[in-house]
Design a binder for this molecule. Structure first.
Ligand SMILES: [Zn+2]
Length: 296
């Protein structure tokens, strides 16, 4: 699956294309009437209303531009201890690296790995198991972690306050990269190249960042988990139960949607299925996604 942003190509490498979460638990406060009104847009790809399930993909975006190859978010990985999610626990044979190679991308050819934030489903392929040790999966890459994001997680981890699922992700998929000397800590506003800028998207985690792409009239934002599901475009005040600060997440989401609607910016969240991305238009007092199959 490939789409373009100006001269850049974006390959979508899926690690899990059918990750369902109970609507009522994951999106508490969801407006059932609003979902019913937009059922034709949301079903069956993003929602199963009868079963009460919100449906997501776990995927990486590989951006090739200006002679460089950038991988955004590193998904689940293999052999990781994730007992909370049995399908991900010590899994193997996922085919993720085969799909990467089938898209013409060698792991050794990845120049930069950027994790929007350090949750378990965004860091997994940072490392792979090699003789019982965690080694960088992408041997020639620099790994970009938000300075504030890493500091906050390490503080929680060292105090024993990080939820176990994320503490283990730090130990297996983040700290080995730090110890291998492969990390560049980045701050808001960091430029990855012409037209490529990291921006703060706080709320889901305190230090989440997105990648803003501005190539003349071609605009996009890789926004991580600032938006999880198109339901939140119809209902922007709807934060998830996995958001650290739901109110701040709401403010961040609303800013992204307003700017996208005004500028024509393509919104590329980490977990959209279907076309994997959306344009946004104003709709009454709110917003609606424009899910353009050309991007699928
Ligand atoms: Zn996520």
């Amino acid at each position: 699956m490939r789409f373009a942003i100006g001269d850049a190509t974006v390959d979508v490498i899926v690690d899990d294309d059918d990750f369902g979460l109970p609507l009522a638990e994951f999106l508490p406060g969801y407006d059932r009437g609003l979902i019913e009104a937009h059922r034709a847009t949301l079903e069956p790809v993003f929602i199963d209303l009868a079963r009460g399930v919100a449906k997501h993909a776990i995927q990486s975006f590989v951006v090739r531009t200006g002679g460089r190859t950038l991988l955004i978010d590193a998904c689940i990985g293999e052999h990781k201890d994730i007992p909370e999610i049995p399908a991900w626990h010590r899994r193997r044979g996922s085919g993720f690296l085969d799909r990467l190679r089938a898209s013409g991308i060698d792991p050794a050819g990845i120049d930069v790995v950027f994790c929007t934030h350090l949750h378990v489903d965004h860091v997994g392929w940072n490392t792979r198991q090699d003789n019982g040790r965690w080694q960088p999966t992408f041997p020639n890459a620099r790994y970009l972690f938000g300075r504030r994001e890493l500091a906050d997680w390490m503080t929680q981890h060292d105090a024993g306050r990080a939820p176990p699922i994320h503490a283990r992700a730090l130990e297996q998929s983040v700290i080995p990269i730090v110890e291998a000397g492969r990390v560049d800590l980045v701050d808001d506003g960091h430029q990855l190249g012409p037209g490529l800028r990291l921006v703060p998207l706080p709320g889901h985690t305190s230090g989440q960042m997105g990648l803003m792409v501005d190539y003349a009239q071609h605009r996009a934002i890789f926004c991580g988990d600032a938006v999880h599901n198109p339901v939140q475009i119809f209902q922007p005040d709807l934060s998830t139960s996995s958001c650290a600060d739901p109110q701040l997440a709401r403010e961040t989401r609303t800013k992204i949607l307003a700017e996208a609607a005004d500028s024509g910016r393509l919104v590329i969240p980490a977990h959209f299925r279907g076309p994997r991305c959306a344009h946004v238009r104003r709709d009454g007092g709110g917003y609606a996604p424009v899910l353009d199959a050309r991007h699928g």
